[in-house]
Design a protein around this ligand. Structure first.
Ligand SMILES: [Zn+2]
Length: 116
């Protein structure tokens, strides 16, 4: 199950960055080429985070569209499916410049020992 592996990788990054502090929110950028189903990823994250400092953390997923740069004319265009095609000249020789991201952008942590 693809999303479960992704969720585990996200959790590992979050827990390492949190260094033992409680994680309350994780913001992710996920490129369209990753073919991650957001609802499945959120569910998987909930499962793998159970019993860790990220238990109950909200997973916010920001989708990143696929953008290709044409090797022929150099124009960058947003892509909405396959085959990838240059929006300017119609050629199929595109270099992917965005859409493969899978990164933890931001973590919200609960500061330990802070009282009001
Ligand atoms: Zn082109």
């Amino acid at each position: 199950m693809h999303e479960l592996a992704v969720a585990q990788a996200v959790l590992d990054v979050a827990l390492e960055a949190a260094a033992g502090r409680r994680v309350t929110r994780v913001e992710l950028r996920v490129g369209a080429l990753r073919q991650v189903v957001p609802a499945a990823l959120a569910f998987s994250f909930e499962l793998v985070a159970r019993g860790t400092p990220a238990d109950g953390a909200v997973l916010a997923i920001e989708p990143v569209p696929v953008v290709g740069r044409c090797r022929a004319c150099g124009v960058e265009s947003e892509q909405h499916g396959f085959p990838l095609r240059c929006a300017a000249c119609g050629r199929l020789a595109l270099e992917i410049v965005r859409g493969q991201e899978l990164s933890v952008e931001w973590l919200e942590l609960e500061e330990a020992g802070v009282s009001a």
